[in-house]
Design a protein around this ligand. Structure first.
Ligand code: GLP
Length: 247
């Protein structure tokens, strides 16, 4: 089994099966498994993770019902077809997007600060005016090339430990899932074209005034609570989005 970087945390309030499920989700992504690739057997997984067979099965069953893995009778568990390639219609993280393109994601964390929510962000995150927020500004890279600048806002009271957990190689979404038990449900996103200002241009390694795509996203968890409000700038020379239209 390709090396797995993460360990289960027995003291966490997040159920072991859920932690394991999220570790396996990251494993599919980080090991670069493609549709049709074999997933490690229950025997291999038990060796690696000290959980009961029931816990392991619960984690695997959920990944199967989410459509990420498929079981083939007598042959084992495989990565499900088609799921790794996702368009604008699916709620994915930067890391997932990059891995699915065969690129290695990373970040340069530009700042992590606590601020107070103004009227606009408070309304977006459904928090009281002046609630304490964590603001994370990251330059996102793919194989070392700057792709996007992202500024995420999250409720400080709930995600206080985030600052210690977030590193250059980490995915914010997997940390939210694994350490805080967030179950993402959906997001609302808008896209508009703007011109890069000078600081943005120099971070993104493009000319000042070059076109960039400004994306705003509110991400909701199961139950309808908004968890994250993000403003991002994507390089228009490196990004193209695809949407499917149906009648
Ligand atoms: C995308 C979204 C952001 C989100 C990020 C998380 O880029 N536009 O809203 O914060 O993914 O990415 P990761 O989990 O790789 O840190």
């Amino acid at each position: 089994m390709h090396q797995v970087r993460y360990k289960l945390d027995e003291n966490s309030p997040i159920p072991l099966y859920y932690q394991l499920k999220e570790i396996m989700r990251d494993y599919i992504m980080e090991a670069g498994l493609k549709p049709g690739d074999r997933f490690p057997s229950e025997r291999e997984l038990i060796k690696r993770f000290p959980v009961s067979r029931m816990t392991l099965r619960q984690a695997l069953n959920e990944l199967v019902s989410e459509g990420l893995l498929v079981r083939k009778r007598g042959r084992g568990t495989f990565v499900a077809p088609g799921k790794m390639l996702q368009g604008l219609h699916s709620l994915t993280s930067f890391s997932e997007d990059m891995y699915s393109r065969g690129l290695t994601p990373s970040s340069r964390i530009l700042s992590v600060t606590t601020t107070r929510a103004g009227q606009t962000i408070a309304a977006k995150l459904d928090l009281p005016y002046e609630a304490e927020l964590i603001r994370i500004e990251r330059l996102r890279l793919a194989d070392g090339t700057p792709m996007a600048l992202e500024t995420s806002h999250l409720e400080a009271r709930r995600f206080r430990k985030l600052q210690e957990l977030l590193g250059d190689k980490s995915s914010l979404y997997s940390i939210l899932r694994r350490h805080f038990g967030v179950k993402f449900a959906r997001a609302e996103e808008t896209l508009e074209a703007v011109a890069a200002k000078s600081r943005e241009a120099s971070l993104l390694d493009i000319e000042k005034g070059a076109p960039v795509l400004f994306r705003e996203r509110i991400t909701y968890e199961e139950g309808g609570n908004p968890v994250e409000y993000v403003q991002s700038l994507y390089r228009a020379d490196r990004y193209k989005f695809r949407v499917e239209l149906v009648l």
